[in-house]
Design a binder for this molecule. Structure first.
Ligand SMILES: [Zn+2]
Ligand SMILES: [Zn+2]
Length: 244
């Protein structure tokens, strides 16, 4: 829902620490002059302006929940500047849901103009984007199977309640692991802090960053309770890692 959460009077939603202001989850992977975006959140416009994003070469989707896709329309100005349509990559069920939600964008007979210049591509496995392999990592998000991605020595798993054993094998030897840690209390479709700490212990990435954080977790105080290689991610966080 983003933090502050609309209408909430809790301490985190009213915190003066900028780290406690959380837009919806998304990352941009930048290499060799290319920018690959993972998900287009309802906050994409604000994020893109904040980070001075001037172009996007591809968008990869994890799943079609509202908090991960609703900003697609806001790629319009970047898509008008791009010589080709911006390619979108998603598994078939995610692609279908995005095409349903944004029917006008994918409607060849749309008469009003000004729509985002994007092209949907269905994927069913690893993706080569500008010389870098984006390996899908299947995770269980409540009732649904969705995908995180590994690229080089980093992996991004934004929404999950469980990681199946075959996916755990794809997550060894990482420098950076992003993983869902919604809050302390159990949730039917998201991981908790204690579950994600346990996963970090098992997978042993050099550094781990928790994301998809609700207003239950104050940034400073929660970080103090973690081992030094585990931190809550925050808006605007920038990290370097080996991608090739
Ligand atoms: Zn979700
Ligand atoms: Zn989500």
């Amino acid at each position: 829902m983003g933090v502050p959460t609309i209408g909430c009077t809790c301490a985190v939603c009213h915190s003066s620490d900028p780290h406690d202001r959380r837009t919806r989850p998304s990352i941009m992977v930048e290499y060799a002059g290319r920018c690959v975006l993972i998900d287009t959140t309802p906050d994409f416009r604000e994020q893109a302006i904040r980070e001075n994003i001037t172009h996007i070469d591809a968008i990869v989707y994890t799943h079609a929940h509202a908090d991960h896709v609703l900003g697609l329309d806001d790629v319009r100005p970047l898509s008008f500047r791009s010589p080709d349509k911006i390619p979108l990559y998603a598994y078939a069920n995610t692609a279908e849901a995005i095409e349903r939600i944004f029917r006008y964008i994918f409607d060849a007979d749309y008469k009003f103009g000004g729509i985002a210049r994007v092209q949907m591509h269905r994927i069913n496995g690893a993706l080569d984007l500008f010389g870098v392999r984006f390996e899908p990592v299947k995770v269980i998000h409540g009732e649904a199977d969705i995908h995180g991605f590994r690229f080089g020595s980093a992996a991004y798993l934004t929404d999950f309640s469980e990681i199946p054993p075959e996916s755990m094998e794809k997550l060894r030897g990482l420098d950076i692991l992003f993983l869902d840690a919604l809050r302390h209390r159990p949730h039917p479709t998201h991981s908790t802090v204690s579950n994600s700490l346990r996963l970090v212990e098992e997978l042993k990435p050099k550094r781990a960053f928790f994301t998809h954080i609700a207003h239950d977790l104050p940034h400073e105080e929660t970080n103090r309770s973690f081992p030094s290689h585990v931190r809550l991610a925050h808006d605007g966080l920038k990290l370097e890692f080996e991608i090739a």
